[in-house]
Design a protein around this ligand. Structure first.
Ligand code: NDP
Length: 463
């Protein structure tokens, strides 16, 4: 082997990069990693973690209202945005420190620099546009993640993305959120819960495209009940004009909305610009995602990529699982493949979504004969709490094999509940095995093992 500085050099110290670094080092590799921003990546610094903290913060107003139904009087409660942001930042600093420590403890050399490929084995490191060094490596892993997409319209500079939403100096009293995916729906819930007036503009027929239709309809209905002004089949934003103290949003149909902030949550694009991929011949697709095979190998045999930059399933635990498989295969001598089936996920809307396996429309495409089981009820907490919020649960079963193909839920603790159901689905559990599982009473989760009667066929056909 040529005399390289490292056995593995990783570009990007997010969830996937850090895990690959740690595991490769554990297998004995000499590992270097470059990060131009903060170690921890999207999930820790400007994604999952700060988002979940803001979700928690935004739920208290409702909790205080529900508490009164339980005999509590909650008077004088008030909310301070700056205090929340400061405390959230402190927690992110703490986690960033833990990630740095993980790299140190595993003898991974951190280069706080931007990295660009010079050739298949050489990386140029720069800071503030100036070259600070070059390193060589036998294998290179691209784990640079993604970045919020933005539209090119007049006044786009007045809009924010999720990146900036975490650092606003003041809470907007009114906000317009464009998009109907995970981020738009989660932030609509956050700002609405904190008391902002939220207008959410979604261009197609129903939010959360790709999810089970019952999930989409239930979330949309509950978001509206809580006060989000959710407008589907909305004209998209044509321009944003700054006026004295506020923003004027003009839609393509000429209608306008006055607001204090505009947020675009319209997808995340692979962060591959300026990485030198063309220079070394790493192939990308039309959105800039690195094309890789089942070993995460790109079109250049010693260059690999995983996580959001490959634009397959943009979820932290997927990137981590990919990193484990990559390190085991390349450095542990144990060829390991990533299984992308039945990946559970949650959307931290209010109420949240938990889902695993096939949505009904996909199950119908793939299987001849399926049964649908559904439960829709007001959770016990709301009986005294007084909320009208519903919980919806759904199982999709293959009639021929009795296997549970999908489990979906909207309601309190959905993410927590679906994680366990995900194990059963991964194990190929049948509906009979769900039924043979003794319920935990009284919980909402027990509905998943007590749904006995499928939705009648005629009703299914009519829906
Ligand atoms: P998504 O891909 O989930 O949603 C993008 C949304 O923007 C869609 O509703 C899409 O509409 C809409 N859109 C796209 N382009 C335009 C446009 N030009 N004008 C108006 N609307 C547009 O992206 P997100 O940004 O919400 O999130 C990115 C990814 O991050 C997610 O896919 C998810 O994998 C991950 N994520 C996961 C979370 C979790 O696990 N809880 C939380 C946050 C993010 P249409 O449907 O019509 O295409």
């Amino acid at each position: 082997m040529a005399d390289y500085d490292y056995d593995l050099f990783i570009i990007g110290a997010g969830s996937g990069g850090v895990r690959a670094a740690r595991m490769a080092s554990t297998y004995g590799a000499r590992v270097g990693i470059a990060e131009e921003s903060r170690v921890g990546g999207t999930c820790v610094i400007r994604g999952c973690v700060p988002k979940k903290l803001l979700v928690y913060a935004s739920q208290f107003a409702e909790e205080f209202a529900w508490a009164e139904g339980y005999g509590w009087s909650v008077e004088g409660a008030s909310f301070h945005w700056a205090s929340l942001i400061a405390r959230k930042d402190a927690e992110i600093d703490r986690l960033n420190g833990l990630y740095l420590q993980t790299l140190r403890n595993n003898n991974v050399t951190l280069h706080e620099a931007r990295a660009e490929l010079a050739d298949a084995h050489t990386v140029i490191l720069t800071r503030n546009g100036h070259e600070t060094g070059r390193v060589t490596a036998d294998k290179i892993l691209i784990a640079v993640g993604g970045w919020p997409a933005m539209v090119n319209i007049p006044g786009a500079e007045h809009a924010i993305t999720s990146n900036e939403a975490f650092h606003l100096k003041a809470q907007p009293k009114r906000i317009v959120i464009a998009g109907g995916g995970y981020i738009a729906c989660e932030f609509a819930g956050i700002f609405n819960g904190l008391g902002s007036h939220v207008v959410q503009l979604y261009r197609s027929t129903q939010i959360l495209r790709g999810f089970d239709q019952d999930i989409r309809d239930t979330v949309a209905a509950e978001m509206r009940k809580k006060g989000v002004d959710l407008r589907v089949e909305s004209p998209v934003i044509e321009r944003i004009d700054k006026r004295d103290g506020d923003l004027l949003v003009t839609l393509v149909d000429g209608s306008t909305i006055e607001t204090d902030a505009v947020m675009f949550a319209i997808g995340r694009a692979p962060n591959t610009q300026g990485l030198g991929l063309e220079t070394v011949g790493v192939e990308t697709n039309d959105v800039g995602a690195v094309l890789v095979d089942e070993d995460f190998r790109s079109s250049v045999p010693n260059i690999f990529a995983l996580g959001d930059v490959t634009d397959r399933i943009q979820l932290t635990p997927v990137a981590i699982a990919e990193a484990m498989a990559f390190a085991a295969t390349q450095f542990g001598g144990v060829p390991t493949f990533m299984d992308y089936r039945d990946v559970p996920s949650a959307v931290f809307t209010q109420p949240p979504v938990g889902t695993c396996g096939l949505p009904e429309h996909e199950a119908r495409d793939l299987y001849d004969d399926i049964d649908i089981y559904k439960a829709d009820f007001r959770p016990m907490k709301h009986t005294l709490g007084g909320a009208s919020e519903r919980t919806m649960m759904k199982l999709i079963v293959d009639r021929q094999t009795d296997r549970v193909l999908g489990a979906h839920m909207v309601g309190l603790d959905a993410g927590e509940i679906i994680q366990g159901i995900g194990v059963a689905i991964k194990c190929g559990a049948t509906k009979a095995q769900f039924d043979a599982t003794v319920a935990i009473h009284p919980t909402a989760a027990e509905e998943f093992v007590t749904m006995r009667t499928p939705v009648p066929r005629l009703k299914q056909a009519a829906e």
